[in-house]
Structures are given as structure tokens and as C-alpha cells.
Design a protein around this ligand. Structure first.
Ligand code: SF4
Length: 82
């Protein structure tokens, strides 16, 4: 018998959490943003340059599975030249 307490001994629930069916998947496709919010979970900002390539192909592939695709963007980027 081990004298080391298990992690579950410190959890407020008696059984392991269960996972439900995946309903929403959010993908952050880049880190370029005209803002630099301190709470940003991807540390985006105007000096970041990482952007995903193949956005259209990604959307087409996901839609082909029957999933709904919602494209949200920072609308300020639409006013940028180019
Ligand atoms: S991605 Fe959203 S949270 Fe992050 S810096 Fe831009 S506006 Fe702020």
C-alpha cells in the first residue's frame, strides 16, 4: 500500500470528469492583430506575423464533413491596405 496520496484524493468530485460530444472547435489561425490585449490567449498583436496558409482549403475540408464553419475576424484588418 502506498503512503503517497493520489491526485483524486484532492479533487472535489468522486469520479473522473466525462467528456461530451465535441460541438464547437475554435481555431485561432494567426497571431497578427491590430490590438494587443493583455488578456489575449494567443498573445496576438500588431508585431506578430504568424498566419496560417491554406485557409480556404481548411474551410472546404471542414465543411465537407458537414460541420458548420463560422469565420470570425477582427474587422479592423479589412481596412488595412493590401
Ligand atoms: S486577438 Fe482578440 S484578444 Fe487577442 S489581441 Fe486581438 S483583439 Fe485582443
Amino acid at each position: 500500500m502506498s503512503c503517497t496520496p493520489t491526485a483524486s484524493a484532492h479533487l472535489p468530485w468522486s469520479t473522473a470528469p466525462t467528456r461530451e460530444r465535441l460541438r464547437t472547435l475554435q481555431l485561432n489561425l494567426g497571431r497578427f492583430c491590430n490590438l494587443a490585449c493583455t488578456h489575449c490567449h494567443v498573445e496576438a498583436g500588431p508585431k506578430r506575423t504568424e498566419m496560417i496558409l491554406g485557409f480556404r482549403q481548411l474551410v472546404l475540408a471542414v465543411r465537407a464533413t458537414g460541420a458548420e464553419v463560422i469565420d470570425r475576424c477582427n474587422l479592423a484588418v479589412l481596412q488595412e491596405p493590401g
